[in-house]
Design a protein. Sequence first.
Lengths: 422, 294
Amino acid sequence: MSANPLRRSRWYCHLPLIVLSVVFAVPFAWLTCSSLQPREQVGSIPPQWLPRMHYARIGSEDVAVTKPVAVGVDSVVVVPQSGPDKGKKVLAEARHYAPGPGEGMLTQPVQQSDAIVTVKVPARLVQRVPADWVRVEQWSVSKYVKAGQPEWYCLPPEAVRSATEPVWRNYPEAVRALTAEEKDKALPLGKLLAKSRLPWTHPRAPGRTITFLTYVVNTLVVAVLGVIGTVLSSSLVAYGLSRIPWRGRRVLFWLTVSTMMIPFPVLMVPLYSVFRALGWIGTLLPLWVPACFGGAFNIFLLRQFFMTIPRELSEAARVDGCSEFGIYWRIVLPLAKPALAVVALFHFLYAWNDFLAPLIFLTRPETYTIALGLQQYQSQHGGSEWHLLMAASALLVLPIVVLFFLTQRTFIQGIATTGTKG
Amino acid sequence: MTRLERRHLRNGLLFCLPWLIGFSVFLLYPLVASAYYSMCDYSVLLDPVFVGLDNYRQMLSDPLFGKSLWNTAYYAMFSVGLGLVISLSLAMLLNVRLRGIAWYRTALYLPTLMPVVAASVLWAWMYNGESGILNSLLAKVGIEGPNWLADPSWAKFAMVLMTVWGVGNAMVIYLAGLQDVPVQLQEAAVIDGANWLQRLRHVTIPMISPVIYFNLIMGIIGSLQVFTRAYIMTGATGEPERSTLFYVLRLHNVAFQDLRMGYACAMAWVLFLIILALTLVLTRVSRKWVHYER
């Protein structure tokens, strides 16, 4: 690494790089911020970045509440003494309430989310509310776990304080949301996950349900079995194509490389009917078994690497009476660890991210992978629940990002190799 | 054939056995079967019925076929073109010696890692007309953003933009190519008085032309098969006004919603032939501009 006059760089080279890094980071920042906002804050117009929580001083306690809404007109809080809303707290405009000596009278209908319609009933005055006060509701993180109607309060604006505070509980909430059965979503999280159906759960096992954990385990099964299968089989084949001189290996190699051009949609329909005939549709098998017979790209990558291992090593081992498999297993594989790591990494990523194949072959929700589970949830709740969608997306990305930082060098070199050794 | 040659042949075939099986079962058979199905009426539930070239003839009169082909061509053109320019520019920016360059490289690469499902959900939220962050940021610099995914004239471009965000793979491949360009060549050019642009035009680009060729082919093959982002962001029907009904999306609907597997196979074969033709043309043309050192 001698000094290279062309690559000597000035400080101003930082400028475009900083700008670009920031631009590229915007979606990630938005993902993180949205995933940590309380439900009422996502979707505010204009959008806000930092998650904000609101707290009201009620008695001697700080209670988490929803975003304060101005009352707007002089109002009263009253409790009707008869009618459908008997005994319930109701907010009414002050001019619609005629105070009496004992109980007053509501003169106009009142409409409020939890009240039906209350009209012309005697009502007991609880509180007078000046126009500049605000109304807040007790805040609960979960849509699924709640006990009856949330309590609400009318307070002077200074009694409500807001704080920039991430709502970490959106994450367990997202895990809850990705449960298939609506009725199971209210269970305590631990209990819910313990009930998860797993790939090895008996189909008729009672009391099992499809949860986020089901999707995670399915994805891991597909990814891990696929990685083991493809590393073993692709390296075997790559060895056969690179280190054994036999007639026809060149033809087979070029055939292999040229199959990389075949688009998956061409194979999709016949594969579907093959898997259907085998009874594999609706199981995880179509997603990992084919990997155990080698993949063109992996074979190509490993073959290129095996070619760089000196031929003399094999010759010497052969002279010593080592079998071909012994050479593969004891000499070539240990030397090829970096290339095997690249193949393993790429296949893991592929399995983790794949969408079209799971969409076609996984017809039963208990076999969904995370990506498919997330898409199914999104298609049912799209346009709302963005905080949960973002949290779930973050959960899908996070393992990949961690994996990347753990294996950065292997990773970057692997990708670079695909383009330059071709 | 000597004994050794025979042994090698046996061993070679044994080592390649998994692939010979995999290749026949998961590639060759489906390929042949799909060619046959493409000339059949086939719904998976019943046996295929041979109908000759009917499926291919139908394509000519299917308005959604043309629409999806055009949508895909638009997407492929812009995502490959923009992707090429941007990933190469980023790679050149990164090909400098700076303190902290690894951090920049990571920052620009990271979006590529985003699983496409997660990225699509995220971008759908960013593109949200009212409470999406993109239009809010644009408004800050005085631009009134379109209603991205709800506007037929913008939805496709929105997908292109999202793709450009994830150009990291191509960028890393270009970077590796750039780092392989011999320093002596650049130095010689400097001594000859070549400026930055001339060096780029006459030294750098020719030296990395094999990498450009590789990325171009990979980019075209990949972008012609665009599916997931549209399926998630604008639905299986490719809303709005089918402006994001891409070829494979249409193919998927035909196969798995209408159960017209024969027609789907015919569509798939047309796609395959398009890919083959483009690759052939590019390879032919590449002889003129791709420079191989060895």
